[in-house]
Ligand binder design. Structure first.
Ligand SMILES: O=C(O)CCC(=O)C(=O)O
Length: 272
């Protein structure tokens, strides 16, 4: 089946500018459920430990283990329609965290999300990841809206952004920005008097290591309750023909679904 005209236009925007903003994707009901599920973890106990996390920012990691409604945005058809075109089949969930930026927060260091430690690969290069940031509050001029450097996903590794090149991602609550993993960006300063809450699911090429170790972050009994698509993205999947991702010689889904019909353990095979 072909992709919609809207998706084709947005993919061209991501290829060219590095990002696209989709408004009105989250219902008020979903936003309220996410807020309610996150509230117990946003009581001041998880303030950032450095300038990257933000010392006036609360980040909650391992979200699929804590806030089940996040599954609805991780596998949202509007964003996956784009990511299905931008990353190879069997792409993984690399990170999924909430970011609550309090008043007084300073700008984050510029960075991009799909950097790979330890491999001699430099920009410009093939896309390794796609990130999304979902706004649960309006992203305004002064409350810490994400700031992007348009076109920087195509830059050479050593080009540094200039403050004059910043574009603020201004969007109403309920919107999402989808961007190339190599796009330079940062969380902005929050000089307002109100909080800014966002959730950022990030996806990566299936051959790469996830930023958060998802099969450890989400206990198997919880992973077993999610859709097959989410389970695959967590890592309960194999990539053929190399059988990459196996556990003890069988399909990892056997660990969360006893009835899963994957490759059998030796003991299950009839005697030869
Ligand atoms: O909070 C934001 O707007 C951006 C955060 C971000 O880019 C990150 O932590 O990787």
């Amino acid at each position: 089946m072909g992709i919609s005209t809207d998706a084709a236009v947005r993919i061209a925007e991501i290829e060219n500018d590095g990002y696209t903003i989709i408004e009105g994707v989250m219902s008020t009901d979903l936003m309220q459920r996410l807020r309610d599920e996150l509230a117990p973890f946003c009581q001041g106990d998880y303030l950032g430990r450095n300038n990257f996390e933000g010392t006036s920012t609360e980040r909650v990691y391992a979200l699929l283990a804590k806030a089940p409604s996040i599954a609805e945005i991780i596998e949202h058809p509007r964003t996956l329609e784009l990511i299905d075109q931008l990353l190879p089949k069997n792409y993984l969930l690399s990170a999924a965290l909430s970011i609550l930026v309090h008043p007084g927060e300073t700008p984050q260091p510029f960075h991009y999300d799909d950097g790979i430690a330890g491999l001699p690969v430099y920009k410009p290069r093939p896309r390794f990841g796609v990130s999304t940031i979902w706004a649960l509050d309006d992203f305004t001029e002064n409350n810490g809206a994400t700031e992007v450097i348009p076109g920087s996903h195509r830059w050479p590794e050593d080009r540094e952004p200039d403050e004059a090149e910043i574009v603020k991602v201004l969007m109403p609550a309920g919107s999402v920005v989808v961007f190339d993993g190599a796009l330079i960006h940062r969380g902005g300063a929050n000089t307002s008097t109100t909080d800014r809450l966002a959730i950022t699911p990030q996806y990566c090429n299936p051959g790469l290591r996830q930023i958060e170790n998802m099969v450890l972050a989400v206990p198997p009994e919880i992973a077993g309750q999610y859709s097959e698509r989410i389970q695959n993205m967590l890592g309960y999947n194999i990539i053929e023909p190399s059988f990459m991702g196996y556990v003890d010689g069988v399909h990892p889904k056997r660990l969360i679904d006893q009835n899963y019909q994957g490759r059998k353990y030796r003991a299950e095979l009839p005697p030869s």
